[in-house]
Design a protein around this ligand. Structure first.
Ligand code: ZN
Length: 249
């Protein structure tokens, strides 16, 4: 089972790379088929095998030698690991397995696109709201329909107000529209129980990263990357850690 899920993850990771590469450039994600950006030559399927092809080709195009960005390998490795992580945590028969598989399929491209380009594309963030609400109607889900809709609505209004207040006080945008849509989508998946933790962890990670690596307050800052990372952490480990902590005391 683990092998099937890992192979499925690697194949999807390959598709996420297409999204990561093409969505910020406003290119179609279907046409043209895989090709090298350097020489524009088509990449045949046998050179398009996740992980293996990248290693055999040493990260270079076989025709012109143009280098293939390292995110291709990283995403093809990370996606199967995360998918197997969801499987080990929830098991295949749990509806949450499918719910979080869907969620991660949006968070992985968002993580990289925001890290590289400082944008969270609406085509990835806004559908999450619908998917979160739809999956809340499935039997066996941990967040009910009403909680899902109300939390999304509450978080959306709260962040809009926060962004407005920040803009008034500081005169600059603190929270981008992309961040607001993304957090609203995540709210529809987790309800009120998960949101404070995800928000606090994302902000802490972001501030820590900012203090260590950036330190320039005028520089653009990819909060979506940290929101995605915090959410993944919450799904795989956080719920257990926090709930375990409160059971102890
Ligand atoms: Zn090439």
């Amino acid at each position: 089972m683990i092998i099937i899920i890992a192979a499925f993850g690697a194949a999807l990771g390959s598709f996420f790379n297409v999204l990561i590469h093409r969505i910020p450039n406003k290119q179609s994600i279907i046409f043209p088929a895989s090709h090298c950006d350097g020489c524009k030559k088509h990449i045949p399927f046998y050179q398009n095998i996740p992980i293996i092809s990248y290693i055999i080709l040493k990260g270079k195009c076989s025709k012109c030698g143009a280098s293939i960005h390292w995110h291709h390998l990283l995403v093809e490795v990370i996606t199967p690991l995360l998918f197997v992580g969801i499987f080990l945590r929830y098991g295949i028969s749990d509806v949450l397995f499918f719910k979080y598989l869907l969620l991660f399929s949006f968070l992985i491209p968002i993580f990289f696109i925001d890290a590289f380009h400082n944008i969270i594309p609406h085509v990835l963030s806004i559908p999450l709201i619908g998917i979160g609400i739809l999956t809340s109607m499935l039997p066996g889900n941990n967040v009910g329909l009403i909680e899902s809709v109300l939390t999304a609505l509450f978080i959306f209004c709260f962040l809009l107000l926060l962004a407005w207040a920040y803009q008034k006080v500081r005169g600059v945008d603190g929270l981008g529209g992309g961040d607001i849509w993304l957090l609203t989508g995540i709210a529809s998946f987790f309800g009120l129980q998960g949101m404070p933790f995800i928000f606090i962890l994302a902000a802490s990670l972001g501030i820590l990263y900012f203090l260590i690596f950036i330190r320039d307050k005028d520089k653009e800052f990819a909060f979506g990357t940290f929101i995605a990372a915090a959410t993944v952490f919450w799904v795989l480990l956080g719920q257990e850690l926090i709930l375990g902590f409160f059971k102890l005391y």
